[in-house]
Structures are given as C-alpha cells and as structure tokens.
Design a protein around this ligand. Sequence first.
Ligand SMILES: NC(=O)c1ccc[n+]([C@@H]2O[C@H](COP(=O)([O-])OP(=O)(O)OC[C@H]3O[C@@H](n4cnc5c(N)ncnc54)[C@H](OP(=O)(O)O)[C@@H]3O)[C@@H](O)[C@H]2O)c1
Length: 259
Amino acid sequence: MSPPRSLLITGASSGLGAGLARDYAAPGMRLTLVARNAERLEATAAACRAAGAEVVTGLFDVGKAEPLGAWLVAQDGIAPFDLVIAAAGVSAGASAEGAMEGRQLATLQVRSNLLGTLHTIEPLLPALSRRAGAQIAVVSSVAALRGLPYSPGYSASKAGIRAYGEALRALLGPAGVAVSVVVPGFFDTPMTDRWKGPTPFLMSLETMVRAIRRGLDRRRARITVPRLLAVGSQAADLLPAAIGDRIMRGFRFHIEPGR
Ligand SMILES: NC(=O)c1ccc[n+]([C@@H]2O[C@H](COP(=O)([O-])OP(=O)(O)OC[C@H]3O[C@@H](n4cnc5c(N)ncnc54)[C@H](OP(=O)(O)O)[C@@H]3O)[C@@H](O)[C@H]2O)c1
C-alpha cells in the first residue's frame, strides 16, 4: 500500500493532532488541518510548511455539522484524502470541589467528541467508501473501555467513538478501506495539564505520536497505547460491577476548566 499523500487531521491546533501533523509534514504531502483557534492552528501550519508540506487550514467547530461538511467535501474534491484522522476532542469532569460536570459540559463533550467525529467522517464516506487503500482513524480513549466515574460525559463520548470506529471498520474492510480505532492512555498535552489526579503510564506526546504513526503505517485495526493501562481498565470491567466500581471510584481526579 502506498503511503498517504493527502491527509485530513482535525484537532490540529494542539496536542495529538498538531503532533501528528508535524510528524507527517514532508515534501509531497498535502495536509488539511482543522481546529477553531486561528493562532494555534496557524502555528502548526507554519511548522508543517517549513517541513515542506502543502497545508490548507479550516477554522471550524466540529460540533457543528455545517459548514464543516460542505468544506470537507470540497477539499476532498481538490485532493482526495487517503488518510482522515479525527482527533479533535475536549475533556471535562468533576470540579475540584467535587461538583458533577452537569448537563452543559456532558453534552459539550458528546457534541465535540462523538458528533464531531461523525460530522468529520460522514460527509466523506460516500467518496471514501469507494477509495480502496484509503484509511480512517478515530481517536477514542481508555475511558471507553471502563467509564470513569468523575468524567461520565467524556467516557460516553469516547465509548461512542470506539463503537462507531469498529462498526465502520467491519463495514468498509471489504472495500479495502482501513479503519483504525486509536485507544490512547495518558500523554502529555494541554488536555492532560488540566487533569488533576493520577496519570499512570503517562507518555510524552512525541512517544504517543510515534506509536500511533507506527500503527497507522501498518493499518492496524486497533492502536492501543500503552497496552497495560487498557488491560487494567478491561480487567476492572470483567470484575463484578460493585468491585469494579469501587476500584474506579478510588481513581480520584478532577478536571480544570478548558482554555
Ligand atoms: N491527552 C491525553 O492524555 C488523551 C488520552 C486519551 C485520548 N485523548 C484524545 O486525544 C485527542 C487529542 O487530545 P489532546 O490531548 O491532544 O488535547 P488538546 O491538546 O486539548 O487538543 C485538542 C484539539 O482538539 C481541538 N478541538 C477541540 N474541540 C474542537 C471543536 N469543537 N472543533 C474543532 N476542534 C476542536 C482543539 O482545537 P481548538 O481549541 O483550536 O478548536 C485542539 O486542536 C482528543 O480526542 C482526546 O480526547 C487524549
């Protein structure tokens, strides 16, 4: 399979999306980068252009289906995407005082994370599903494997992304379109800076980007990094619910408001 030449990455103004964009940036690459913050997205774009890539940026809220969808279809018409990475995401949870996240924050996460992933991929599916060799990556989380008690909205959004990715993978496999479900543990980004609590097996952003890139290069169905944290979450899920819940409750954290 020839390496991708036209990439779409959402959430490219920070953290994982920005790290992947910089990692893929090279002469002959066209990167279509999406996020809301103009200054930060431009910083990623400038670094990618300096590495020789052609870069197109789109300032969109992925939580809103349009005008994002029409713009993506137009960009796909100009340079058909051979790799789409839906990495945009937000996190929230209990406050330092223990207040629950509440309806607004819970729905914001489902809208930005789960619906944002659908809003990115669905408009492109009619074309992508006929493009043998194309690849899609959705970014879930270990929080999808066993819901985190202090972050229910995030857990729900990431579990939804995981199920969506698995469904697409089975559906599109026969057409030669690979779907990778990325299940990361903790890695060092502005999102993790707002997480106040234990961060077992925390990895650097660079290590996470390298691991995900390796998995994408091999068109892996699941890219779970680090595996040990995922095994721990799955083990908690296999235990009787009351015991699993007690273990998960002991994993105390709160999340500071976003920027
Ligand atoms: N960090 C971790 O430990 C960790 C662990 C597991 C999974 N993940 C997942 O990995 C992904 C990247 O996280 P990160 O740690 O790199 O976070 P980050 O540094 O906060 O970056 C998040 C990115 O998503 C974009 N974004 C958020 N909401 C958006 C919206 N509504 N529309 C468009 N863009 C939006 C942000 O851009 P703008 O603000 O400019 O819009 C930013 O580029 C997320 O899906 C996250 O849930 C992270």
